[in-house]
Design a protein around this ligand. Structure first.
Ligand code: HAM
Length: 440
């Protein structure tokens, strides 16, 4: 039988050589989550469709891999994890607040496949449940910023310079439109959300089609283009054009900026009221990050969703969070020539020169593994050169060569693969030697 060996469009066969690099990136995100006390969880990746279809339809509803299973249940591969988390929170009233959750796992959306947009993809979700105040918003945004700080350290390239975090507040945008009597507020917000993908003329045309007069279009424009040398100046500019009923929301944004300043990450942040986001459940703060050249799609996105948990039951729980996008961040790293982040690695390859020493080689392999090293040894009775070639392919740092003649003198040979240098060691002192070199 012959089968089509290609993976489905938008899904990828990541072999170990490539996955090692992905794993490194996931490790950086995992580590950040751990430092902030976000606990890992492992919910299902198939769910009832109603988690998405019962609430207001949004950008992911049409893209779901949805089907009826053999039991007649309407289910879907999850396009995102936020409604799943809302379900889990609603189900457990006993959880101590704040609940801080993180995990990286797969999601599925039937999207147009482009650079950084796949049909099967990984997201790293961070959420804080049970905190209404701006401190939770600040911690969430800071965690995102720290991921890029860590990646900058890892790659020795200042990625934080290449990224802008754009923050906005849906209540400000919506309130501004309503208080200025602009018609079709919801539709106008969708046009604002799509603005970055449109030419200027198209944007104006769409607003005109919704019945906006020139004066109203100018107002929308003013809101979207609030600028200033820094966040405080932007807020002052916003105060000049915003109706005073919005002062409370502007103050909240000011507190957020101040908290981000205290965390030392405010230089990465820009206020941009053209950010609305395509998901329906956001209730206030929304944010997204882009590469500063504006070439890639969003690197991550999130916001506050204080009503979603309450939509699933009788417990109201405010929430704020984001999902880190791996595919786009990798595109950014590629652009900076910093991908792959890592190759596959083996610490030590134990090479047996002949069959007669194989048992001794296996014993060394076991001892080195019990020291926490990654160790490989021959599985096929191969010759010296073939084994050495394999060790090189696996990026072994050291090769411990076990040969009969060395053993007669109670010795073994350690080869350093980067320099090619070899040293003779007492056969009983291999572990001590590696410890003295801080290899272990
Ligand atoms: P989202 O904006 O749909 O938000 O996705 C967040 C990030 O996931 C995007 O910025 C992007 O980097 C990545 N992403 C989304 N779709 C794809 C795709 N098709 N291929 C590759 N990467 C993709 C959400 O999903 C919200 N649930 C985030 C959230 C968590 N809000 C609160 N908590």
């Amino acid at each position: 039988m012959s089968v089509n060996l290609e993976s489905l469009k938008g899904t990828y066969d990541r072999y170990p050589g490539e996955w090692a690099s992905w794993r490194k990136l996931i490790d950086v995100v995992d580590e950040t989550a751990g430092e902030f006390g976000f606990r890992q969880l492992n919910p299902p990746t198939i769910e009832r469709q109603e988690l998405w279809t019962e609430k207001e339809e949004d950008s992911v509803t049409d893209e779901m891999y949805a089907f009826t299973d053999k039991g007649g249940n309407e289910i879907t591969l999850i396009p995102e994890q936020t409604p799943t988390r809302a379900r889990l929170i609603q189900k457990r009233k006993d959880l101590k607040k704040p609940v801080k959750w993180y995990d990286t796992s797969k999601r599925w959306r039937y999207e147009d496949v482009t650079r950084g947009r796949d049909r099967e993809f990984l997201q790293g979700d961070f959420d804080i449940f049970g905190i209404q105040s701006v401190e939770a918003d600040a911690e969430i945004i800071t965690a995102a910023a720290i991921i890029y700080r860590k990646l900058s350290k890892e790659t020795e390239t200042d990625l934080t310079d290449r990224i802008v975090f754009k923050i906005s507040d849906r209540q400000i945008v919506e309130g501004f439109l309503e208080l200025n009597d602009i018609p079709e507020v919801e539709e106008v917000m969708k046009v604002i959300d799509d603005e970055e993908k449109m030419k200027r003329e198209e944007f104006i045309e769409e607003l005109e089609e919704l019945g906006l007069k020139q004066e109203e279009i100018r107002k929308v424009d003013d809101l979207m283009n609030v600028s200033g040398a820094d966040n405080e100046q932007q807020l002052e500019e916003l105060e000049k054009i915003a109706p005073e009923q919005l002062q409370g929301r502007i103050d909240r944004m000011r507190s957020l900026v101040e908290a981000l300043d205290a965390y030392g990450v405010s230089d990465m942040i820009e206020i941009d009221l053209s950010i609305v986001r395509g998901l329906a459940y956001y209730t206030g703060l929304v944010f997204e990050a882009f590469d500063s050249e504006g070439e890639l799609r969003a690197l991550f996105g999130g916001g506050r969703y204080d009503e979603l948990v309450g939509e699933f039951g009788d417990q109201d729980v405010p929430a704020v969070g984001f999902a880190f996008g791996y595919s786009t961040t990798i595109e950014l790293l590629k652009k900076e020539d910093e991908w792959p982040l890592k190759e596959i690695e083996t610490d030590v390859y134990v090479l047996s020169v002949s069959d007669s020493v194989r048992d001794i080689a296996l014993d060394y392999a076991t001892k080195l593994r019990s020291e926490g090293l990654s160790v490989e040894t021959d599985l096929a009775g191969r010759g010296f050169g073939t084994q050495l070639g394999y060790a090189d392919d696996m990026n072994a740092e050291r090769v411990l060569i076990i040969g009969e003649r060395d053993l007669e003198n109670d010795e073994v040979t350690m080869k350093h693969m980067d320099s090619g240098e070899e040293e003779t060691l007492d056969r009983d002192e291999v572990i001590e030697h590696l410890k003295s070199e801080e290899f272990i």
